[in-house]
Design a protein. Structure first.
Length: 359
């Protein structure tokens, strides 16, 4: 008996998609950038444009030409990607332009003042050329040190209460609200607070370095609280529970387990807070004052600081004004270098004290 034969339907023709598609050459962005800059320069020469307008026109021409070329060759998806990439880099360049301009101006005007005399002499009995910022550097370091001495313990203990003890209590909510309010306080208000406090104690016209430290501590405390609070929250609850399971009391668990685990982030936050307040001028103008001599006692008399020295040297440079203004630029460069060093130190400390993790 023969089995019936079945006829197989004819296979439909396949249209394979191409695995490759045309793309622009790698040098396309550079080529378009050169052509856009050339077109902008030509238009600028013909219409007497300034360098800023020429740069803006070059960026606009580049942002239009490159995606259009990509749309014709690569398709809409690649063109959109190139357009967004161009916009992102343009925004980055706009954000970096003020910083680069500022650094260029400070370095160009202040680098010539950096010498041994500038760092080792004060302005005592100096009129015109000469003098230095030794007294202002020491004043800034002492005032900032005492500000950190006040604010760091208060901020860390407040953060420990909020994370470990406060929970959702009314006191914790009140402290959180006050910290948020203090974060937005203008610096001059902190200076007025310190001045009013010292006027009540010592009388009108009081000026001393410890007042500046208290004013800066008002600005530092919310930063320290916030940074320490976030670091303490990152500590896993399993570590606390393991310590409690061994019979370790809560205060010792915090001291021996929680704080060492979050030490890197806390130290980084403290260092960034110090860098943040070191350039404040308004509170120190009000309560710390200014002087031409070095003063190492924060509990007596006026103290010079770098921000106040820069302010007075540029606004009241004396006659002739060139020497005072040059000292202001040099002090500004030194202040930026100190703040930058503190930020780099914060990163180094964060890496040094961060918990070591194995694979």
């Amino acid at each position: 008996m023969s089995t019936p034969t079945t006829t197989r339907p004819e296979a439909t023709p396949r249209h394979d998609l191409p695995l490759t598609h045309p793309t622009l050459p790698r040098v396309a962005p550079a080529l378009v950038a050169v052509m856009a800059l050339a077109a902008a320069l030509l238009a600028g020469l013909l219409l007497s444009w300034g360098p800023g307008l020429i740069g803006v026109v070059a960026v606009v021409v580049f942002a239009v030409a490159l995606p259009t070329w990509s749309l014709v060759v690569e398709g809409p998806r690649a063109a959109t990607d190139r357009l967004v990439t161009t916009l992102v880099w343009s925004a980055f360049g706009i954000a970096m332009l003020p910083l680069v301009t500022l650094m260029y101006q400070v370095v160009a005007n202040g680098a010539k003042m950096l010498n041994a005399q500038f760092f080792t002499y004060s302005m005592r009995n100096v009129i015109g050329e000469g003098g230095g910022i030794y007294h202002a550097i020491m004043g800034s370091l002492l005032i900032t040190f005492f500000a950190a001495l006040i604010s760091v313990p208060v901020g860390i203990m407040a953060a420990i209460y909020l994370v470990e003890y406060g929970g959702r209590s009314r006191m914790a909510r009140a402290i959180t609200f006050l910290v948020d309010v203090m974060t937005g306080i203008p610096s001059i208000v902190a200076g007025l607070f310190a001045y009013a406090l010292f006027v009540i104690i010592f009388g009108p016209g009081v000026r001393m370095g410890i007042g500046g430290s208290i004013a800066l501590s008002v600005l530092m405390i919310p930063i320290v609280v916030r940074s320490a609070e976030e670091m303490l929250k990152l500590v896993p609850h399993e570590l606390r529970e393991a310590s409690y399971a061994l019979g370790v009391p809560k205060w010792r668990t915090i001291l021996k387990v929680v704080l060492p685990t979050s030490l890197a982030g806390i130290v980084t936050g403290v260092t960034l807070a110090v860098a943040r307040v070191m350039g404040e001028t308004a509170p120190l103008l009000i309560i710390a004052g200014d002087t031409d001599s070095a003063n190492f006692n924060v509990f007596a008399e006026r103290m010079a600081t770098l921000p106040v020295f820069i302010y007075y040297s540029y606004t009241q440079p004396g006659v002739p004004p060139e020497f005072g203004q040059d000292r202001a630029w040099g002090a500004a460069l030194v202040l930026i270098a100190i703040v930058m060093t503190l930020n780099l130190l914060a990163r180094a400390i964060g890496r040094l004290f961060s918990p070591k993790t194995g694979r």
